[in-house]
Design a protein around this ligand. Structure first.
Ligand SMILES: Cc1cc2nc3c(=O)[nH]c(=O)nc-3n(C[C@H](O)[C@H](O)[C@H](O)COP(=O)(O)OP(=O)(O)OC[C@H]3O[C@@H](n4cnc5c(N)ncnc54)[C@H](O)[C@@H]3O)c2cc1C
Length: 380
């Protein structure tokens, strides 16, 4: 293991061309704080601002805009790799292309990304225009996300994994759009303090209390009630548009300090199934039914739309992903092992993919099948 936390310098930001040159240990948080006041945002971010850019490129992370802009690797102009032989190699789409396509998403197996240049996204405002839609079941969620993917910059679905019968897979689809130059909020929200994450809910409950308030509900019954309440509360406000900061929308969990303590003492396991579009409804229905059969329910289910990219070890495909968060404890540990194996089987039978950033449980066969793709020439 190499500790890259001291390689945390933002080397330069080209304010006109919108390209950031950073060392690998620079975090997403560091970079947005530097570029938002200049009128830029990161083209792709995960659900938290604490990862490093090197780590994000090594896993080729995706955001809630994967359909529109692809994974982070599509925005990397070039990177410098320190190979196991001690050589520094600069690679990009035009130089050492094969190495570039294998390093992005290569999980650090080919060497250490030392620094990189990334194209930024020009923004005219620190706010996004948000809208939500309520969907009565999984089919509706998938169709809604698919129908909005071209017209909206970000589309993501939240699923209530406890609902069953006709309501199985019901949820709320959230969309967000960048604001154009002439919008009344253009030029606003671009200070760092405008992007500080909200500390209060409805101005009365401090977010830091959320883990303590939620902990007593960290059981199937409690989480079933929370999911149900969230569905009905969110359904009430659907249709109305409102504005939210880039950080508030993208890094929701970061606004709840110590959110992971809800999952103590056993911690949290996330499994993300990537399934081709034509099989998504069938596979995700089965994934939700399996939870009921094994009595292990996901506290949080998140749906995203994806497309293919040309990277050699790509985990993406023309389809959907469903990310499921489970609490690990004495009751669930063994059942979760079984559930993950069943999810692996679903992925295999529907020709889906696994995402190594989320998979600490994978069977060696699934991993081998994934790495074997590296042997096939990559499409660019
Ligand atoms: C709350 C939360 C939400 C998330 N949301 C998303 C999401 O929406 N989309 C998504 O795609 N991912 C998401 N992730 C996963 C996360 O973005 C990735 O796991 C990311 O790779 C973590 O980066 P890191 O800097 O912490 O790297 P680490 O976890 O330290 O490393 C990740 C991998 O990258 C390799 N690596 C790290 N640095 C380098 C380097 N300089 N050179 C070569 N290899 C390197 C490591 O060897 C390791 O294999 C989320 C994670 C959390 C905790």
């Amino acid at each position: 293991m190499i500790d890259v936390s001291q390689f945390n310098k933002i080397i330069s930001v080209d304010k006109v061309g919108g390209v950031a040159h950073v060392e690998c240990g620079v975090t997403i948080e560091q970079l947005w704080k530097m570029v938002v006041p200049l009128g830029y945002w990161l083209p792709v971010v995960p659900g938290t601002m604490y990862p490093t850019l090197g780590g994000c490129v090594a896993m080729n992370i995706h955001g809630k805009n994967n359909w529109r802009v692809g994974p982070i690797g599509e925005h990397i102009e070039e990177l410098r790799l320190l190979t196991p032989s001690g050589e520094f190699v600069t690679c990009s789409r035009s130089a050492n292309t094969d190495l570039f396509l294998k390093t992005v998403g290569g999980a650090g197996l080919l060497g250490c990304i030392v620094d990189l240049k990334m194209r930024l996204k020009k923004i005219h405002s620190g706010f996004l225009e948000m809208r939500s839609l309520s969907c009565g079941n999984l089919k509706e969620c998938l169709e809604t996300i698919d129908s909005l993917k071209e017209s909206h910059h970000y589309v993501v679905g939240w699923l209530d994994c406890y609902a069953r019968g006709d309501r199985l897979g019901r949820g709320i689809v959230h969309t967000a759009n960048y604001l154009e130059e002439g919008h009344p909020l253009a030029g606003r929200g671009l200070r760092i303090e405008d992007q500080e994450l909200p500390r209060w809910i409805f101005g009365i409950v401090p977010r830091k209390l959320i883990p303590k308030l939620v902990r007593p509900f960290a059981s199937n019954l409690g989480m079933c009630l929370i999911n149900r309440a969230k569905f009905f509360i969110d359904s009430y406000v659907v249709g109305k548009s409102y504005y939210q900061s880039h950080t508030g929308f993208n890094f929701l969990l970061d606004s709840v300090p110590n959110w992971k303590t809800v999952f103590l003492p056993g911690g949290l396991l996330q499994y993300q199934l990537f399934i081709p579009k034509k099989h998504a409804e069938e596979a995700f229905t089965r994934a939700i039914e399996l939870q009921r059969e094994l009595e292990v329910f996901s506290y949080l289910g998140v749906l995203k739309r994806h497309r293919e990219d040309g990277f050699a070890r790509s985990y993406s495909l023309n389809g959907f992903s469903l990310a499921l968060d489970f609490a690990v404890n004495k009751r669930t540990a063994t059942r979760l092992g079984t559930l993950c194996r069943r999810f692996d089987e679903l992925i295999e039978s529907y020709k889906g993919k696994v995402y190594l950033a989320k998979d600490s449980f994978g069977r060696i066969q699934v991993l081998r099948a994934r790495l074997a793709q590296a042997a096939t020439p990559a499409k660019t």
